[in-house]
Design a protein around this ligand. Sequence first.
Ligand SMILES: Cc1cc2nc3c(=O)[nH]c(=O)nc-3n(C[C@H](O)[C@H](O)[C@H](O)COP(=O)(O)OP(=O)(O)OC[C@H]3O[C@@H](n4cnc5c(N)ncnc54)[C@H](O)[C@@H]3O)c2cc1C
Length: 378
Amino acid sequence: MLYSSSDAMQLLESLGNLMESKIMPNARRIDAERIFPRENLDMLFKHGLCRIPFPSRYGGLELPYPVYIASLEMLGMACASTGLSLAIHCTVCSGIEMFGSEEQKEHYLKPLIHGKMLGAFALTEPDAGSDAKAIQTRARLDEHNNSYIINGRKRFITNGGYADLYLVFAVTEKGYSAFLVDKDCNGLRIGKYMDKMGVRGSTLTELHLNDCIVPKANLLGEEGKGYDYAMEMLHTGRIGIAALSTGIAQIAFEKSLAYSKRRYAFGKPIAEFQMIRQKLADMHTAISAARHLTLSAAWAKDNGLDYALIAAEAKLFASETAKMVSDEAIQIHGAYGYVDEYDVNRHWRDARMMSIGEGTSEIMRLIISHRLLRSDVL
Ligand SMILES: Cc1cc2nc3c(=O)[nH]c(=O)nc-3n(C[C@H](O)[C@H](O)[C@H](O)COP(=O)(O)OP(=O)(O)OC[C@H]3O[C@@H](n4cnc5c(N)ncnc54)[C@H](O)[C@@H]3O)c2cc1C
């Protein structure tokens, strides 16, 4: 195991119980009725999930990063909508911890990790997704009023409409920069809520910034360094998406294993057919590999190593595994997998997002190959 302290084990056990008893039973309803999982988030905040990796001086538990990642895997099993919402929130927390001033940590990080505020990460725009350098949102310094004036439009923003704080990326005359924008900032408006095929409980909205006035003190870190900050936050966030993906794959596998033992065809359980056994073996092997890669990435981050490469590998492998496993889960369930009576089609829809958000599989392959070639590994 990568973590061993009894505090960590106790916390994981209590979070596991909470997810099994309170969160998993509502996951189907949250998806079907597109309910924002506010209650789930509140319970998880109360149990300290978001405080796990952060320093104690801000109220964090200072436990190893793999403990947080193991919790996210359980959450991926219990309810992927809640998992996505929480993972993005925690990415914002990490950004403030890494690059924020002491005042910003007091003012924002503390309430965020305690769940008194919810965060959203606003990078993507209608014409800038993978090519994040192409953002058109602009910020102008107004020295007279000690503030920045931001204009632009963001799209596909998780937690949009429910977040209290938006971490917005915009270009100033000094370059790419990051801003902490309060939800009631003058000039900030939540745009269209976008319906989607999976993770339906978490919201996805547009964000309109029209002469949005942000105090100068809300610039995150240094002006002009925002692109590096965004990439660093994404490296961190990708380990979380890998964990959610592993959790989705694990629950789809468990349901398939149980079903294969009770579904009869040709006079015996389908689990006795070699082709079904091969599927189960391949699914389980891929999940184990995804979990180990993901925890290794978390361990590398925790130990101050350069973890961008392994985080991309974990995100790529785990998200593709979630797609493969949830697809095979539908196949094993036959027609029951295709209809809504069983949950596996929800897992398949949830898994589909994981190889797109926080960087597509194609972009993960670009990052991995770029790192390998740069360091002359090949
Ligand atoms: C459910 C969900 C939640 C999200 N939440 C957030 C959020 O909270 N905050 C936020 O800022 N964004 C969020 N996003 C946006 C997400 O990060 C982007 O969708 C993603 O980065 C891809 O951008 P795009 O959709 O514009 O695709 P594009 O960049 O337009 O890519 C289209 C296709 O081209 C491929 N492609 C692009 N460039 C290359 C290349 N150089 N080589 C090979 N292939 C390439 C891509 O892999 C993809 O297959 C979310 C998306 C989803 C689906």
